[in-house]
Design a protein around this ligand. Structure first.
Ligand code: FNR
Length: 391
């Protein structure tokens, strides 16, 4: 009502409420290379296209004359209550989108009561993001150094735990960066920039500092380009771990562990066998592998197979309230949003991220309300509210 009231006196909102416009607004503000980095996808963008198409294959069935107030969006994960079934997807190097980078996003997440998932590839330290996030809900995403660097992994996990990050999210689809033509054409790697803003988290790690000194006989400050390359290689080691390595993480993290990047029922079952608490059904927003199946396509069968034992989270392609409704109805308990808030960050820093979060949450609540769905519990929000559209 405030927004419509302002419209009556000819005041337009500073940022559009149309989620399809955020990408082009961000493009106007960003240099071509950092815009290419957020917009970019693997190969011919088939996976990214599939992600978005998959949402259009489902329609929401509204129920009428449901006596209900505004629906509750509260959800429960790992025994804790969360205000919203929405989280900030882990995104690295946020200073390439706005000078305040992760600090702006972590403040926005706290301000809107949305969970912030901090990336290992951040351009801000674990501790500074925690300060900015204050009493907000925050989780830590690990890019998992190889087994030669278990001490660095242990150091990152300890720093995260000490700084109040509650859940560990381990990304499994990015032990090496994907084939992304937009970055290749721009000759752009955000971790190897001359200004080194992509590597602050690594440079602030005492175990990494010591490793670098032992290996090269100099400190990070003496050759920052070499140190940046070393850090990038540490978190993207080019080699995948195996399932048995989960045990090591378990022994260094006493909270919930969530595996991000699960795309098949068989991997979801292995996750359960190896004793983790949750999974993110995700293909990294199509940024890693071309020609991959849409994550939404896989969600119902994965949720049916392991949803009673593991918390199911979802990302890849969520752009609006209706998309969140569909992902929740198909079995997710929490949905992560990636590119849209990064566009918000580029458009207006903390205010821009808050705008995007508010928009998606407002749209979500109205969509549920107008569909006669009372809340986001499995009882009231499940596949019975959807129709698969015939193609
Ligand atoms: C990402 N993503 C990501 N994931 C992760 O686990 N760690 C990371 O550091 C990053 N970094 C990153 C940077 C940028 C610029 C983007 C756009 C994405 C993937 C992210 O967490 C999420 O899986 C996808 O963004 C979800 O897809 P949508 O919402 O962008 O379609």
């Amino acid at each position: 009502n405030d927004i419509y009231g302002a419209g009556l006196s000819d005041q337009k909102p500073p940022i559009s409420f149309d989620p399809t416009k955020w990408q082009s607004l961000a493009k106007e503000r960003l240099p071509a290379d950092s815009f290419g980095y957020v917009w970019g996808s693997a190969g011919t963008r088939q996976t990214d296209d599939n992600n978005k198409e998959a949402f259009k294959k489902w329609g929401i069935l509204p129920s009428r004359l449901v006596e209900a107030d505004f629906p509750s969006l509260k959800t429960n994960l790992f025994g804790d209550e969360y205000d919203y079934p929405l989280a900030i997807a882990p995104v690295g190097v946020q200073k390439i989108f706005h000078p305040n980078g992760e600090v702006a996003t972590a403040k926005a997440a706290d301000g809107e009561n949305v969970t912030y998932i901090m990336s290992t590839a951040a351009s801000t330290s674990i501790e500074n993001v925690a300060d900015a996030n204050g009493s907000g809900s925050r989780w830590f995403q690990l890019y998992w150094p190889s087994n030669d660097h278990m001490d660095i992994t242990a150091s990152l996990l300890k720093r995260a735990k000490d700084s109040g990050y509650k859940v560990l999210v381990v990304t499994l689809d990015t032990y090496i960066l994907g084939w992304r033509p937009s970055d290749l054409d721009n000759g752009y790697n955000p971790f190897l920039r001359a200004d080194n803003i992509g590597v602050e988290l690594g440079f602030s790690d005492p175990v990494f500092q010591e490793y670098f000194r032992n290996k090269h006989g100099i400190s990070i400050e003496e050759d920052v380009s070499k140190a940046a390359a070393e850090w990038a290689h540490t978190i993207f080691p080019g080699t995948s771990h195996g399932w048995n390595d989960i045990e090591y993480l378990r022994s260094h993290w006493d909270g919930p562990i969530v595996l991000k990047g699960i795309q098949t029922v068989s991997d979801a079952k292995k996750a359960r066998e190896h004793g983790v608490q949750g999974i993110v059904v995700s293909n990294h927003g199509g940024r890693q592998q071309d020609g991959d199946v849409a994550s939404l396509e896989m969600l119902p069968e994965i949720a049916a197979a392991v949803g009673d034992d593991l918390e199911i989270l979802f990302d890849s392609g969520v752009r609006c309230g209706a998309d969140v409704v569909k992902a929740l109805a198909l079995g997710a308990k929490m949905v992560l949003v990636g590119r849209p808030y990064v566009y918000g960050l580029a458009i207006g820093g903390e205010t821009g991220v808050r705008h995007v979060l508010k928009s998606i949450l407002g749209d979500l609540q109205l969509t549920l309300h107008l569909s006669g769905i009372k809340d986001v519990t499995k009882e009231n929000l499940n596949q019975s509210v959807l129709r698969q559209i015939r193609t």
